[in-house]
Structures are given as C-alpha cells and as structure tokens.
Design a protein around this ligand. Structure first.
Ligand code: FCB
Length: 456
C-alpha cells in the first residue's frame, strides 16, 4: 500500500482554507499554572476508572510551554488556519467574575504568534472544559451556566476580538450532552435518562449569549461546531426506521434547528418529563437563532441505527458498520458519508445554511508511515469537493489533529496527529501525512488574502 502513488486532489476554490485543529485540555497541560482553576475534565480524569490506564491531561503535549515551536510546526505545514480552544478555567478560574489576566495573556500571545506566521486564528470558546465550580452549581443543567458563558465570551471577545478570524462558540454540544450527560463516559460523567432538555437548552442558550457578546466585541464571523453523522437505519422495518428518525433528531437536528431555524425539531419533547415552558423561556429561541456566519461541521463516521433491545432505556441502538476499512479506534472509514451529510444539510436548511467549515475530521492511526491517514484525509477532501460541486458552500477544512493528544476517555491511546508525540520526552515527529498535507495546504487552493473574511 505504501508504494502506491500518493493521492492527488482536484483543485479547490480560491481562498479555501486548509488547517489543523486542537483543543485546550487535550494539548495544553499546565493545569495549575498562572491561576487556572480546575475544570470538569481535571476532576473526571483524576477519578479512578474513568480514563483508560488512568491517563490525565495534567501534562498532555505540554503545549502551554511549547506553544512557540508548535506554531512553527503549523507554519511549516503551510496551514492557512489553526483551530484551537480557550480553556474557560484559565480565564475565569471559578467560572465567573473578572478575567484572570495571566490566562488571557497566554491566548493573546498565541493569537499574535499566529498572525506573525500568517495563519488565521479559529478560536473555540468551549471544548468541554467547564470550570468545576460551575458544575458544582449544576453545570449546564443550571440556566445560570448559560449566562456565565455569555460573560466569559465577552471577556475573551474584548481581549482578542480585534484579531481572531473565526469564532466557534461550542464544540460538539451533542457529544458533550450525550457522552457527558447521558452515557457518562465523558466529563462530567452523568447518566441522566430523563430531564435532559435543560442541558441541551442551556448549551444552546449559552451559544446564543456568546454570539451576542462576540457581536459586541468583534467583527469576525461566529459559528458553532456540531458533530454531524448521516444516519442509516439498520433495516427497512418500521421499528428500525423510527429509531433512526429519533437518532437523527438528537444527533443532527437538536443543536442545529434551534440555531438555524429558530425552533426545536419535532420529537424534542421526548427529552424531558417536565413542562417544556418551564425550561424554554420566552425570547430564548430568538437569542439562540441570531444569525451565524458559518456552520462548523465535525465528521467522523455515519451512524447505523436500530430499534433498541427490550428493556433498553434509550429509544435506539447504534450498530457496527461493516465492510469498510477501520481506523485504530475501530471507527469505519466512510468518506462519502461526509458528502452525504453536507448535501443533506443543504437540503434541510436551504438558504438558511451559512457557509460550512469542516472544523474536524481525522483518524486514529499510530504509525509514522501513515499512508492510512493520507488516504483518509484525501477521501474527506474528495467528498468535500463533490459537495461543493453539488452546490454546498464549504469554505475550509481543519483536520483533527495537528498532533497526538489526550483523546478523552481513551487517554493517550488513540493517535490522531499529523505529528507524532512521544509523551515521555515530548518530542514531536512529523508523520508522512504531515508532508503530504503540506503539499495540499500549499498547492490545492490559491491563498489570495488570508486576512480577509474566512466565510467570504
Ligand atoms: C471529537 C472531539 C475532538 C477529538 C475527536 C477525535 O469528538 O471534538 O476533541 O477528540 O473527536
């Protein structure tokens, strides 16, 4: 396989951005430095049995100390955009009150360091690391958390809003909700089987309040990054098709319809036994559905859904997808699923769909000679290209991830990086995919003016 010629790609539209993504808790380390408070991921990772082999993000890639050489790597890659996240507990150690200047200073240096290297800053405000003090007050189940998130967004916008090129309010609210609050395999480790709607609604309200705050403090476009997945019913039976409709609603529409259409999708009431009017207050949907200038899409694989076995508390079950190559994480590689979902988003939202950025996609693959990853990214990019040909506006692609990092419940066992990291020595070694992607970044789309509006 290794000897076959490397994949070529069709040309992308001028100005299309190729980039790389990371997230704060997965790379930064330095969890107790410069006034950072604890987040729910610190607590969760330090709870025995939660993370494979007891790994934690205490040190991770030590990016907090190595950020300059890491930015040099991104520059060497020729990437036009770098998506990173801000750790809320560095800015507000207990989730409210005045900003911790040392925390803001770190991201200020990062933003300037990117500008100096000609790389667009794509900044996520919430990549799951909620300040623990807010979780102690109920976390996203508490409406107050949405208000706090708006205030935090304002503090960040005031400091960085003149330079950031694209804002992302929330990363994958669906995954944070489902894995963190229903299945309990991510922080905060809750298993709420009823009354899930408050968490969903407050995440969305937090998004809306952050949009308002960023509109006051920055002229850069704003988006949120949803994890979308085409849903395939396991059979034609009515039971499996009904289960697939419910699954599609929660994964694909629950966090997109309120933002893009100003209403919840049919069936959302299933998520609570309480009166929905006690959760969704008057005016909330207007706040949530303020215009966003881009939609972030994270894609990994489709979902094959069947009716649940008798006695299962959830109304659907995810089944394995056979017949495709598998990543080291045992995720099926289905590049056409990305085209399918992009075209599906256009069909559903029509003119209400803003330009799309692929804010994540990638695969776990450990080898330095990672032809597997090259083929994975090439498959993604061909899918994006055919969606563009089909009339979907896609303006950027940030692969997950720049370098191996702390992969949540899997600890350091899944390696998603273009760059290999030796977690004992912190040595960074670019994989074969780094060199291939460098050629893509530097040749596949002309880069006329990286200072322009990345959604334009
Ligand atoms: C996504 C997360 C990202 C990373 C990838 C593999 O769900 O947003 O942080 O862990 O999965």
């Amino acid at each position: 396989m290794s000897d076959q010629p490397l994949p070529d790609l069709p040309p992308f539209p001028p100005g299309f951005r190729f980039g790389v993504s990371t997230a704060a808790y997965q790379i930064e380390g330095a969890v107790a430095e410069d006034g950072r408070g604890p987040s729910i991921w610190d607590t969760f990772a330090h709870t025995p049995g939660r993370i494979r082999d007891g790994h934690t993000g205490d040190i991770a890639c030590d990016h907090y100390h190595r950020w300059e050489s890491d930015l040099d790597l991104i520059a060497r890659l020729g990437a036009g955009a770098y998506r990173f996240s801000i750790a809320w507990p560095r800015i507000q150690p207990t989730g409210s009150g005045p900003a911790n200047q040392a925390g803001l200073d770190f991201y200020d240096r990062l933003v300037d360091g990117l500008a100096a290297r000609g790389i667009d800053q794509v900044v996520t405000l919430f990549h799951w690391d909620l300040p623990q003090a807010l979780q102690d007050e109920g976390g996203w189940a508490n409406r107050d958390t949405a208000m706090r998130f708006g205030e935090y967004a304002e503090l960040v916008g005031e400091r960085l809003g003149d330079r950031v090129k694209l804002w992302i309010t929330l990363n994958e609210p669906y995954i944070h909700f489902a894995l963190g609050h229903v299945q309990g395999i991510h922080a905060p480790g809750l298993t709420m089987l009823t009354d899930q709607l408050p968490v969903v609604h407050h995440l969305l309200l937090g998004h809306g309040l952050a949009v308002s705050a960023l509109r006051r403090t920055s002229s850069a476009p704003v988006t949120l990054a949803n994890n979308h997945s085409p849903v395939w019913p396991a059979s034609d039976s009515e039971e499996d098709r009904t289960a697939a409709i419910i699954y599609d609603m929660v994964q694909n529409h629950l966090f997109a319809d309120p933002v893009l259409l100003g209403e919840y999708p049919p069936g959302y009431e299933l998520l609570t036994t309480a009166d929905v009017d006690s959760i969704i207050m008057e005016g909330d949907l207007e706040v949530i559905s303020q215009p966003i200038q881009a939609l972030g899409v994270n894609y990994y694989n489709p979902s094959r859904i069947a009716a649940p076995p008798e006695g299962d508390p959830l109304p659907f079950v995810r089944l394995p997808i056979d017949g495709y190559p598998m990543t080291a994480f045992d995720w099926p590689v289905v590049p056409d699923g990305l085209r399918e979902l992009l075209v599906g988003l256009k069909d559903r939202y029509g003119d209400k769909l803003p330009p799309i950025w692929i804010t994540e996609s990638g695969c776990s693959w450990p080898d330095l000679d990672d032809r597997f990853r090259i083929d994975y990214i090439a498959g993604d990019l061909r899918a994006v290209h055919s969606a563009i040909q089909a009339g979907v506006a896609v303006h950027g692609y940030c692969t997950w991830s720049l370098m191996d990092n702390f992969e949540w419940a899997e600890g350091f066992h899944q390696r998603f990086g273009l760059v290999h990291v030796d977690f004992d020595t912190q040595a960074r070694t670019p994989r074969r995919s780094f060199e291939w992607y460098r050629q893509i970044c530097t040749t596949a789309a002309p880069r006329p003016d990286l200072q322009g509006d990345p959604t334009g």
